[in-house]
Design a protein around this ligand. Structure first.
Ligand SMILES: [Zn+2]
Ligand SMILES: [Zn+2]
Length: 181
């Protein structure tokens, strides 16, 4: 699906765009490191209104979808539904920027070069915006037992009772190392 829009095609009255990107289409656009993190189970629904003032294009709307993540604690897959409000402005790529004289301080500011704006980088940005850095399947995920690997959300294991509290064994070591009277 072509997600590029010719700036001059945007009517003064605004342009409503609606895309449904299938999971396959979306994943094909991701780089490998992203593909390892995320798996879509439902299309990415993009609903945008483009409005042009001179060479500035205001993009508003929403992006919503659902994807599977792997819990960083228990390694089970779980699903997330996301919906982000979009608000961004595209402006022509400034000449000075090439010399590194100005910095992009506004997060909602996107640049375009030439006659076209490419909506994919914007969509991609919003897709990953709400993604947790350390995904957890639930607030109180118990994770895996570090000794036997048992998923502690499903079943307890006996490892913890055998090992004892690490703090106590430290104390015992300390006591044993003290000179005896
Ligand atoms: Zn978990
Ligand atoms: Zn265990």
């Amino acid at each position: 699906m072509d997600l590029k829009v010719r700036v001059t095609d945007i009517p003064v009255t605004g342009w409503d765009l609606s895309y449904d990107l299938t999971p396959e289409e979306t994943e094909a656009r991701l780089v490998n490191i992203e593909k390892d993190l995320i798996r879509f189970f439902t299309p990415v629904q993009v609903r945008l209104k483009l409005e042009r003032t001179g060479n500035r294009i205001l993009v508003r709307g929403s992006i919503s979808t659902g994807y599977l993540l792997t819990c960083s604690l228990c390694l089970e897959e779980f699903n997330i539904r996301m919906s982000e409000e979009v608000f961004s402005v595209f402006t022509p790529f400034p000449e000075e920027y090439i010399d590194g004289e100005i910095a992009a301080e506004d997060l909602n500011e996107e640049y375009y070069e030439g006659e076209e704006i490419d909506l994919w980088p914007l969509i991609r940005e919003y897709l990953f915006l709400g993604m947790p850095i350390k995904p957890a399947c639930r607030d109180n995920c118990k994770g895996l037992c570090p000794i036997c690997g048992q998923n502690l959300n499903k079943k307890r294991c006996d490892c913890s009772s055998q090992v004892g509290h690490p703090g106590f064994s430290k104390l015992k070591q300390l006591r044993d190392s003290l000179p005896k009277k």
